[in-house]
Design a protein around this ligand. Structure first.
Ligand SMILES: [Zn+2]
Ligand SMILES: [Zn+2]
Length: 256
C-alpha cells in the first residue's frame, strides 16, 4: 500500500484528530500520496441535517485547511482533496453544481443510505427484502455509470441477510457493472478492524469471478488508522483468498 484515498476529518461529526496528524501518519507510513475524502456535504430538502457528514458551509474550510497543508508538506507527500459521496438520485445534480465552485479532485462512492437518505433506510442495517437489495444495486450501478467516481468504497456495505442465491445474483450484476465501468472496488480496512459485516468474503469471491479489481482503503476516522500494518496484511490475505487482483489507485477521475 503506497497511498490511501479514504480519510476523514472531524467535520463529519464522527472522526477525530487534526488533519495535520493524519498527514504525519501517512508520512510515517512512507505513503507517496494521501487523499482526504471526508463525508460529502449534501443539500437536503427542508431543514433536515445529516449528522454523519460535513455541513455545506464547512466545505470551504475543509478545502482551505487541506490546501495549506498540501503546500506545507509538498516536499514530503502529495495531498489530494476528495469526498466520499453517496449517490442520491434526486439530490445528486444539486450537489454536483454546488461542488463546481470548489477544487475537489475526486470522489469515492460510499452508499450509506438508500434513496435520498431522508426517504430511505441505512444500508448497514440488516435486510432480507429483495426490493432493498435491488435498490442498493440499481442505485450504485447508476452511480458507477456517471463516470465520476474514482472507486467504490465498501461495495459490500449493504447488509443483506436474506436468501444467498439472491445476494449472488444481484451482487454479480453489480460487480459486472463495476468491471465494465473500470471502477475498482475497495476492501475496507475499517470494516476489518471493527469486525463489521464487510468486507464480506462471499462478495469478494463474486467480484473475483467477475474479473473486478480491488484496492485497499483505510477509511481512517482517527490519525493512527491511516496506516495499520496488521490490517493491510489482513486485507491482502482476504484478496488472495478470494482470488481478486489488488492494485493501487492509478488515476483520479475528475468530477467535472
Ligand atoms: Zn463509508
Ligand atoms: Zn469513509
Amino acid at each position: 500500500m503506497r497511498a490511501n484515498y479514504h480519510t476523514h476529518t472531524p467535520r463529519c461529526h464522527h472522526a477525530e484528530g487534526e488533519e495535520r496528524a493524519y498527514v504525519m501518519r501517512a508520512i510515517e507510513a512512507g505513503f507517496s500520496e494521501l487523499g482526504f475524502s471526508d463525508h460529502s456535504p449534501y443539500l437536503f430538502d427542508g431543514d433536515y441535517r445529516s449528522r454523519i457528514r460535513m455541513d455545506p458551509e464547512d466545505l470551504a474550510d475543509y478545502v482551505s485547511v487541506l490546501e495549506a497543508l498540501r503546500l506545507e508538506y509538498r516536499d514530503r507527500i502529495s495531498l489530494r482533496i476528495g469526498l466520499e459521496t453517496e449517490y442520491y438520485p434526486k439530490l445528486f445534480p444539486r450537489l454536483m453544481s454546488f461542488l463546481r465552485d470548489y477544487p475537489i479532485e475526486y470522489m469515492i462512492l460510499g452508499q450509506h443510505a438508500l434513496n435520498n437518505e431522508q426517504d430511505g433506510d441505512w444500508t448497514g442495517r440488516p435486510a432480507t427484502e429483495e426490493r432493498k437489495l435491488d435498490q442498493y444495486c440499481g442505485q450504485t450501478m447508476e452511480a458507477l455509470e456517471t463516470g465520476l467516481f474514482t472507486y467504490f468504497a465498501h461495495p459490500d456495505l449493504f447488509n443483506f441477510v436474506g436468501e444467498a442465491a439472491l445476494y449472488d445474483r444481484y451482487m454479480r450484476r453489480l460487480c459486472r457493472k463495476a468491471k465494465d465501468c473500470g471502477v475498482p472496488l475497495e476492501i475496507n480496512l475499517l470494516g476489518l478492524q471493527e469486525e463489521k459485516q464487510y468486507p464480506n468474503p462471499i462478495f469478494w469471491r463474486i467480484a473475483a469471478e467477475e474479473g473486478c479489481t480491488a484496492v485497499l482503503g483505510s477509511d481512517a476516522h482517527a490519525p493512527e488508522d491511516v496506516w495499520v500494518p496488521d490490517l493491510i496484511a489482513r486485507g491482502e490475505a482476504l484478496a488472495r483468498e478470494a482470488g481478486i487482483r489488488l492494485q493501487e489507485v492509478e488515476t483520479l477521475r475528475p468530477i467535472r
